[in-house]
Design a protein around this ligand. Structure first.
Ligand code: ADP
Ligand code: MG
Length: 478
């Protein structure tokens, strides 16, 4: 790059720093590189897609303005995402200020042989789009994902998958992540997709189950068997979100087919759902066992500490755009303590405080926070009870084994506990009667219904049994 272009770029950066202030500059612009300059357009690159979209939506005008003071004929700026490979590529301009490197991760992620041409994440995501992938939210990256006790394992597995190379041994396949609503499944899956594609070695395709059903499967159906294989060959990592919505016999058959084809040829599959594979109703047993055969990780609810960290990171992001926005520590602690439900409500809370603060000009106080987020504070969610837990607790309480409960034995000392367990499964989980029957040694749904009615009738007149059932419920829900 010509020397005068670099000098020009240096002046533009100084101007930018003066207009937006040091903090904003360091957060958003320190890692912008100049790629190319011509008479009408300037082409710059940034390391993440998030940065690209942030700068485009919030600072495009100002950046262009700063450039136009140098070159009045410029009428357009172009931003692209460079790959992590660039972080160790030879520095293009030895005189470039070192701040440009500040904040780059030094962990060698995505390091490739120095000379390899960088593939921009844009082209990678274009590939993702061309394959019919679902849209990605640029904010959902590993950088913005906060790690805590409940998600350490899921995060580590996700990172491992995202950073895998073509030809690497696949460690766990499929990677199956399950958690309740708003606990970060989509965030992790999109981070995998984004990072995987940005590294540029593998094609990662992210699909919601819905997209899989109505886009992918129907597209595959119109192709020949050969074309189908070709399409699959183009995908290194298939990521499917909200697997619990995958329904219908023919969809499942296609899914099973796809899953087998990918796994058998060493391709990675990642799946998220709101429940473990064993609880996915209406799923073919072969698919279920294939799903359970990889690594199944649960993400628990967000602990208070994690909630506090997520809130802090949301405030930090908001402050870049509204530097005067300030949420005092006691307010953050209050929110982290009371909004226990999920990540979406945490985000919602910060958005409301921000809106209130910027629209009314009033500072954020504890009192205002209490008023603004009142409806987000819900009573503690009842714990997700699992059928296995019910079987385990009931078996222990009645001193029988879990396999007794699942067996066909009909002696009185097993029949009653089995009925109680089925009753609890019906009342404490959302599972259907056929599903419960299946989980109790492959029984018919009418057997389950009979057990449920039986126990309902008994607790009405047998106070001792009623107490017993109450106690079991409490044990399971605490
Ligand atoms: P799910 O897909 O499990 O329902 P999402 O991934 O959509 O949940 O998360 C809901 C919201 O909470 C998103 O805004 C997400 O960014 C945020 N969130 C959840 N967990 C985390 C985390 N560990 N770090 C940062 N943000 C999180
Ligand atoms: Mg989701």
């Amino acid at each position: 790059m010509a020397k005068n272009e670099q000098e020009c770029w240096a002046r533009v950066k100084d101007r930018l720093r003066t207009t937006v202030g040091d903090d904003v500059y360091n957060s958003w612009f320190a890692r912008v590189d100049l790629e190319q300059l011509n008479s009408e357009a300037v082409h710059m690159s940034v390391p993440t897609r998030f940065l690209k979209s942030w700068i485009q939506t919030h600072y495009a005008e100002r950046v262009l303005g700063c450039w136009q003071e140098e070159l009045p004929n410029l009428n357009r700026i172009e931003l692209t995402v460079r790959t992590p490979a660039r972080s160790i590529a030879p520095v293009k301009d030895a005189k470039a200020p070192t701040e440009e490197r500040r904040g780059e991760r030094g962990d060698g992620r995505g390091v490739q042989e120095g000379g390899r041409a960088p593939i921009s994440a844009m082209s990678a995501s274009a590939g993702h789009d061309a394959l019919g992938g679902s849209p990605l939210d640029p904010r959902l990256t590993f950088e913005t994902f906060v790690i805590g006790r409940s998600n350490t394992l899921a995060h580590a597995a996700a990172r491992q998958v995202a950073e895998g190379r073509r030809g690497d041994t696949v460690m766990f396949n499929p990677l199956y992540i399950h958690a309740g609503v708003g606990l970060g499944k989509t965030h992790l899956l999109q981070a995998i997709t984004f990072t995987g594609n940005a590294i540029g070695q593998r094609k990662v395709l992210y699909l919601t189950a819905e997209k899989f059903m109505y886009g992918f499967v129907s597209a595959l159906k119109t192709q020949t068997a050969l074309a189908f294989k070709e399409t699959l060959r183009a995908i290194d990592v298939l990521v499917i979100d909200d697997m619990q919505f995958l329904q219908g016999k023919s969809t499942q058959a296609e899914f099973c087919h796809t899953l087998n084809a990918l796994i058998d040829s060493g391709r990675q599959v990642v799946i998220a759902a709101d429940r473990p594979p064993s609880d996915l109703e209406s799923l073919d047993d072969r698919v279920r066992s294939r799903l359970a055969g990889g690594l199944v990780v649960e993400m628990g609810s967000l602990g208070e500490e994690l909630r506090l960290e997520i809130l802090k990171s949301r405030v930090a992001v908001a402050r870049h755009l509204h530097p005067s926005f300030d949420v005092p520590a006691p307010v953050l602690e209050y929110l982290a303590r009371t909004i226990t439900h999920n990540g979406r409500d945490l985000e919602g809370a910060i958005n409301r405080l921000l809106a209130h603060n910027t629209l009314s000009g009033h500072a954020v106080t504890l009192e205002m926070a209490e008023r603004e987020v009142r409806d987000l504070i819900r009573p503690q969610e009842p714990r997700r009870v699992k059928i296995e837990d019910i079987q385990r607790v009931v078996a222990r309480q009645y001193n029988v084994s879990r396999s007794d409960l699942l067996s066909s034995r009909r002696t009185a000392n097993v029949v009653r506990p089995r009925q109680v367990a089925m009753y609890l499964a019906k009342t404490l989980t959302l599972r259907s009667l056929p599903e419960i029957g299946r989980r109790f040694g492959g029984r018919d749904h009418t057997t389950v219904l009979h057990a449920v009615r039986k126990i309902e009738a008994l607790v009405g007149r047998d106070a001792a049994l009623a107490d017993e059932v109450e106690l079991l419920k409490r044990m399971l829900q605490e």
